[in-house]
Design a binder for this molecule. Sequence first.
Ligand SMILES: Nc1nc2c(ncn2[C@@H]2O[C@H](COP(=O)(O)OP(=O)(O)O)[C@@H](O)[C@H]2O)c(=O)[nH]1
Ligand SMILES: [Mg+2]
Length: 200
Amino acid sequence: MKIKSAEIVISAVSKAQYPENSLPEIALAGRSNVGKSSFINKMLNRKNLARTSSKPGKTQTLNFYLINEAFYFVDVPGYGYAKVSKTERAKWGNMIETYLTGRHELKSVILIVDLRHPPTNDDVLMYQFLKHYSIPVIVIATKADKIPRGKWEKHAKVVKEKLAIEKEDPVIIFSSETGVGKEEVWQVIGKWINDNESKK
Ligand SMILES: Nc1nc2c(ncn2[C@@H]2O[C@H](COP(=O)(O)OP(=O)(O)O)[C@@H](O)[C@H]2O)c(=O)[nH]1
Ligand SMILES: [Mg+2]
């Protein structure tokens, strides 16, 4: 897909700040440090649009990235970061739950997991949560460049088994280093966004 424009429009802390132009939204969920920001940058051919960091647990806002004036990527704060207070965790939970369960513009959630390791219990909970609310899920197993290609399928099988993935849900092997999987991801999300460029 051709990216004509990509910009962050708001780092929202409350519902009142969500964009109001009714464009479709694709949210990104995952453990903190799993590679969500890197995924966004790779998908949009930008080096530093979404800030990546080796320090997890930083983003506590919903970051809306407007793409081609047609749809949004919504970066959701990562879960599973130990050094977060109970109060912060509860705030995080409320924000995520409000957004994921009540947002009409939300078309699909991209759940990012690490291809190298079995999904964590938090990953499983997030997957089950999305299924419970009938939110379409696309699973991205990232950091594929860190294991030999010959082992990808074996690792992907572990991901599917641990999540107890349902057969309608795609699992795409990805790398933000090499870009493997990128076109397949655009193909899969193409049907959720009203952008003519994505259909080319
Ligand atoms: N080798 C490799 N490293 C990655 C990949 N994706 C992310 N990383 C690294 O993992 C760390 C966390 O990435 P980031 O995108 O900030 O994770 P986030 O917390 O989920 O947004 C950074 O050091 C990235 O450079 C990938 O596909 N391959
Ligand atoms: Mg990030």
